[in-house]
Design a protein around this ligand. Structure first.
Ligand code: CU
Length: 467
C-alpha cells in the first residue's frame, strides 16, 4: 500500500462508491485523516498511482458519489453561455451532447450558420467534480462525421476522441458513448477532433470544468469564457473555415462586443475567471483593467500558490486554458479585452485602405457623381465609423464597438466589462457605473490650467532624458 493510496482514503472515506478490497479500506480508514491540499494535488496523478501498484481497475474503484452543486462546489457562471444538463444513473453522471448546425447570433445584427452542440455555439459547458464518474453520449446530427475530444482531461486512451487514432468517427445519425472517472480538478475543454480545421472553425468547442472534491479555496464568482475567432464576410451566412489569418469576428463565449454580457460582482467578492482558447489560429493576451490578478491554473492543473504570479494580462495560447483570481475590491466598470488591437475590431474594420492623414478636398463631390452618398472616411482613424451609426451591409456589424456611458466605446470584438458594485441586490447587469465626484477625468478648466502653468497652445516640451 503506497502512501499515495492512503492519502486518497481521506478523500474517499465518506462516499467511496465502489470500495476497493476490504483490507485496503480498513488500512485506509485506520489512517483517519482528512485530505490536505497536497493530497488533492497528488490525487491528480492517477498514472503515478498506477505505477505504484493501483492496477488497471483503479479508475472504477476510485469513483465517488457524484458531486453536487452548492454542496460540493459553487457553480460556474457562463456569460452569454449555457451548461450541459446531467442526471445521475446508478451513481454515474450522464450527459448528452448533440452535435448540430446552429443559427447563432454574434451580436445584434450579425448571425451565421455555425456548428455547435445542443443548439448552442459554443457547446454548453460541462461541469463535474473530481472523482465523479461521467458518461457522455454524443449524437451526431451534422451532415459530416465527427468525434468528441476531452481536452486536458486525463482518461483511458480509447476515450480520447481523436478520429481514426482512438476511435471510429461518429457518422451522421450515430450516438457514441464516452465514459471515464475524473481524476483531476481544473479547467479543461472539449472539441471535435475530426476534420478539425472545419469543425473547430465552425464553433464545435466547449469548456469542461472539474471542481476539486475538497476545494482548498472557494471563490464567490466563478466565470468561464471561451475565446474564438471567425471569418464571416459581410452579408454571408456561414463562417469561412478556410481562413488562416484574416479573422474579422473575435468573440468571448461566441459573442462580439456590444453583444457580450458583463461579468458582475459585488465589492469584496473573490472572483475567478477561467479563459479557454480554441480559436483556429491566434493566441489572445487578455487584459483586465483595474486589478492585478494571479494566474492560478492552466489546463495542466492548479499552480501551487508559491508559483502563482501577478499579472494584468494573461496570454491564452490556442489549445490552452488559463485561470486567474482576484478580489473585486475596486468598484467600477472595468474593461476586459484582448490586447491585440485587431481583435477588438469587428467585421467591417478589417482590410480597410489606409486613409490616415488623407485630405479629401473635392474628391467626395466628384465621387458622388458616380457613387451617390459616397464619403471618404478613415482620415483620422476608425472611431467615426461606428459612432456615426454608418449604414452597414445586411447581416453585419459596425467595425468598432458600441455605446458607453460617457461616449462611444471604440472597441468591439473580444471585449467585455467587469462590473463591480458596492451594493447589489442581484447579479443582473447593473447598468453603467456612477463615478463618485472627483474621480472622473473631465476637461481641465481655464482656472486649473492657469494655476498649474499649463499652456495648451504653447510649445510641447519633452525632456531629452540623458543630458
Ligand atoms: Cu486576441
Amino acid at each position: 500500500m503506497s502512501t499515495r493510496n492512503s492519502e486518497e482514503a481521506g478523500l474517499s472515506r465518506r462516499s467511496l462508491l465502489a470500495a476497493s478490497t476490504g483490507v485496503a479500506t480498513a488500512t485506509l480508514l485506520a489512517q483517519g485523516r482528512n485530505a490536505s491540499a497536497a493530497d488533492v494535488l497528488g490525487a491528480a496523478r492517477p498514472r503515478a498511482q498506477s505505477a505504484a501498484g493501483m492496477g488497471k481497475a483503479s479508475a472504477n474503484q476510485r469513483a465517488m458519489a457524484p458531486g453536487l452543486p452548492q454542496k460540493d462546489y459553487t457553480p460556474v457562471i457562463v456569460p452569454n453561455g449555457s451548461k450541459l444538463p446531467w442526471k445521475i444513473v446508478d451513481g454515474v453522471k450522464v450527459f448528452h451532447l448533440v452535435a448540430e448546425e446552429v443559427d447563432h447570433e454574434f451580436a445584434p445584427g450579425l448571425k451565421a450558420l455555425c456548428w455547435g452542440y445542443n443548439g448552442r455555439v459554443h457547446g454548453p459547458l460541462i461541469e463535474a467534480v473530481e472523482f465523479d464518474r461521467v458518461r457522455i453520449y454524443v449524437t451526431n446530427r451534422l451532415p459530416a462525421p465527427t468525434t468528441a475530444h476531452w481536452h486536458g482531461i486525463l482518461l483511458p486512451n480509447g476515450m480520447d476522441g481523436v478520429g481514426g487514432l482512438n476511435q471510429k468517427a461518429i457518422q451522421p445519425g450515430e450516438t457514441f458513448k464516452y465514459e471515464f472517472t475524473l481524476h483531476q480538478a481544473g479547467t479543461g475543454m472539449y472539441h471535435s477532433h475530426h476534420d478539425e480545421m472545419t469543425q473547430i472553425a465552425l464553433g464545435m468547442t466547449g469548456m469542461f470544468i472539474v471542481h476539486p472534491r475538497r476545494p482548498t479555496r472557494r471563490v464567490d464568482r466563478d466565470f468561464a469564457i471561451m475565446l474564438h475567432e471567425w471569418r464571416i464576410d459581410a452579408g454571408s451566412r456561414r463562417p469561412n473555415p478556410n481562413e488562416m489569418t484574416e479573422f474579422n469576428v473575435l468573440t468571448m463565449n461566441a459573442r462580439a462586443f456590444p453583444g457580450t454580457e458583463p461579468l458582475v460582482a459585488k465589492k469584496g467578492e473573490r472572483v475567478r475567471i477561467r479563459i479557454g482558447n480554441l480559436s483556429p489560429m491566434d493566441h489572445h493576451p487578455i487584459h483586465l483593467h483595474g486589478y492585478q490578478f494571479r494566474i492560478t491554473e492552466t489546463d495542466g492543473g492548479q499552480i501551487p500558490e508559491a508559483a502563482q504570479w501577478p499579472e494584468t494580462t494573461v496570454l491564452v495560447p490556442v489549445g490552452s486554458t488559463r485561470t486567474v483570481e482576484f478580489v473585486a475590491d475596486e468598484p467600477g466598470d472595468w474593461a476586459m479585452h484582448c490586447h491585440m488591437t485587431h481583435h477588438v475590431m469587428n467585421q467591417m474594420g478589417h482590410g480597410f485602405p489606409n486613409m490616415i492623414g488623407v485630405k479629401p478636398g473635392t474628391i467626395d463631390d466628384k465621387a458622388r457623381k458616380l457613387l451617390p452618398g459616397y464619403m471618404t472616411m478613415g482620415q483620422t482613424g476608425m472611431a467615426e465609423m461606428g459612432e456615426m451609426g454608418m449604414a452597414v451591409p445586411k447581416n453585419s456589424i459596425p467595425m468598432v464597438g458600441g455605446a458607453g456611458k460617457h461616449d462611444y466605446i471604440t472597441m468591439g470584438g473580444m471585449f467585455t466589462v467587469l462590473k463591480v458594485r458596492d451594493n447589489l441586490t442581484s447579479y443582473k447587469d447593473p447598468g453603467w457605473y456612477d463615478n463618485p465626484a472627483g474621480t472622473l477625468s473631465i476637461a481641465a478648466s481655464a482656472e486649473e490650467l492657469r494655476r498649474d502653468g499649463i499652456d495648451p497652445k504653447g510649445l510641447a516640451s519633452a525632456d531629452p532624458g540623458t543630458p
